[in-house]
Design a protein around this ligand. Sequence first.
Ligand SMILES: C[S@@+](CC[C@H](N)C(=O)[O-])C[C@H]1O[C@@H](n2cnc3c(N)ncnc32)[C@H](O)[C@@H]1O
Length: 256
Amino acid sequence: MSLQATQDEAMRRRRPNHAERTAQTHAAFLLPHLRPGMALLDMGCGPGTITAGLAAAVAPGMATGIDLDPPPMPPAGVQIIAGDVTDLPHEDGSFDAIYAGALLQHLADPLLALREARRVSRPGAVIGVADADWDGELLYPTNAVLRRSMRVARKLRQGTSPFVGKQLRHLLTEAGFVRVEASARAGHHGTPDETRQFGAFTASLFRYPAAAQRAIAQGWAMAHELEEMAAAWEAWGSHPGAFVARFWCEVVGWVE
Ligand SMILES: C[S@@+](CC[C@H](N)C(=O)[O-])C[C@H]1O[C@@H](n2cnc3c(N)ncnc32)[C@H](O)[C@@H]1O
């Protein structure tokens, strides 16, 4: 596996709470546009818990999830296949509805995936895309080590799209969708469990072997500094006043 591929894998680490995501918490903006009988594709579906809620909304239509790394045990009522969203294995015009949640931020070229989404959409199909944008993040408390760790994390995300959220309306339009409407909500972590989980997940990036090797090789930080960063995130996670919030941008659009 190339260094870049290994690095992408580090960036795609799943948060432990991904499997707690549901269609109600992460795709509420799309649900009103789904109808029974639709064929739906969930691009970059991860564990498939959101897909399961989308499947319930389109039943008896079929919901299919696709992911580079599909779960071994998909939820009931959902078919999940292994595949790359930038080269979908489906015929043109296969789906009435498409969802992509927290996917585009992990891609080097999000437009490529959206053009594929447009290709496999039928006339009249609806698409809903949600992605976090790392700009405008609120973090408390903070300190020099955490600030530096965030600069290193941004460098480690080179080759992905952490600032895609604000561009979603533009990118869907570029891909050929029409009547594209954008909105945003705040994702937040503000309970002891949530901040501990967020701190531990962020810490794990600086201990992920491929990420650490790259940061050291590029001269972004030394091994002991990466360990300090990881420890600082763990300490942040158990601070009684810790809070983090980040924008989640959401768009819906249609095929003419
Ligand atoms: C942050 S997770 C989001 C999972 C789920 N949509 C959710 O919101 O919980 C991103 C997912 O995209 C998948 N992914 C990243 N690049 C991909 C690609 N090129 N093709 C298919 N899946 C991809 C990863 O394997 C991962 O499961």
